[in-house]
Design a protein around this ligand. Structure first.
Ligand code: PGA
Length: 250
């Protein structure tokens, strides 16, 4: 049985005071979350506050990106060790916003996955197709290519140390969610592609769905066999909504 994992991706949102309020709310409701693993991925500048507020709670935390470099003259970058210095457990790699707005390639994302994993962080590897790609029927090819970059660099076993987040780009922040059947179909294909290389890894790796998951649609998405959690953007910014999704996961 894969333990469901719900992670909030706050993106570039929040302030010290709004984050305090949000986390107070999340912590207060965690008693009703029975089995899901819960985490929030915060803007790096707030990790000190987040770690202070969440240590000792059942909510883990992490970053939204990391550098492939360990240290040095890389202005504006954040290293794996810096994330670990604030006891981060997770880091998102290859979010579609980083791929499309900041030109991150499959190879760079695979390197970030490797650096994070080797440092002891759990990388959340985001994959997913654009609307154009879905409409031209290449969803599985795109997801396969994005995962294969990681497999080629680190080996298929490495996937088991991370989490995969399937996020169709057309569903992110748009209010357009993939139907549970559509998401399940892609999740199953992703798992099958991995199983062709290593059945045990495919069985173990958790695949989150991301893209306008909210309090209203989470339960039916999370009920699908191959959907092992969610990566939540907009709905993770309100404690009540985020908690409702965590509860729906079990
Ligand atoms: P959304 O974002 O839930 O706001 O669609 C998800 C994500 O980008 O991780």
């Amino acid at each position: 049985m894969r333990k469901p994992i719900i992670a909030g991706n706050w993106k570039m949102n929040g302030s010290r005071s709004s984050i305090k309020e949000l986390l107070d709310g999340v912590k207060a409701g965690m008693g009703d979350v029975k089995s899901a693993e819960v985490a929030v991925c915060a803007p790096a500048i707030y990790l000190a506050d987040v770690s202070e507020q969440l240590s000792g709670s059942d909510v883990a935390w992490g970053g939204q990106n990391l550098s492939t470099e360990a240290s040095g003259a890389f202005t504006g970058e954040i290293s794996a060790d810096m994330l670990l210095d604030f006891n981060s457990k997770f880091v998102i790699v290859g979010h579609s916003e980083r791929r499309t707005l900041y030109g991150e390639t499959d190879e760079l994302v695979a390197e970030k996955f490797e650096v994070a994993r080797k440092a002891g962080l759990t990388p959340i590897l985001c994959i997913g197709e654009s609307l154009e790609e879905r409409e031209s029927g290449v969803t599985n090819d795109v997801c396969g290519r994005q995962i294969n970059a990681v497999i080629e660099r680190s080996g298929v076993e490495a996937l088991a140390d991370g989490v995969i987040a399937y996020e169709p780009i057309w569903a992110i922040g748009t209010g357009k969610t993939a139907t549970p059947e559509m998401a399940q179909e892609t999740h199953a294909s992703i798992r099958k592609m991995i199983a062709e290389k290593d059945a045990a890894v495919a069985d173990k790796v958790r695949i989150q769905y991301g893209g306008s998951m909210n309090a209203g649609n989470a339960a039916e998405l999370l009920a699908m066999e191959d959907i092992d959690g969610g990566l939540i953007g907009g709905a993770s910014l309100k404690a009540e909504d985020f908690l409702a999704i965590c509860k729906a996961a079990g």
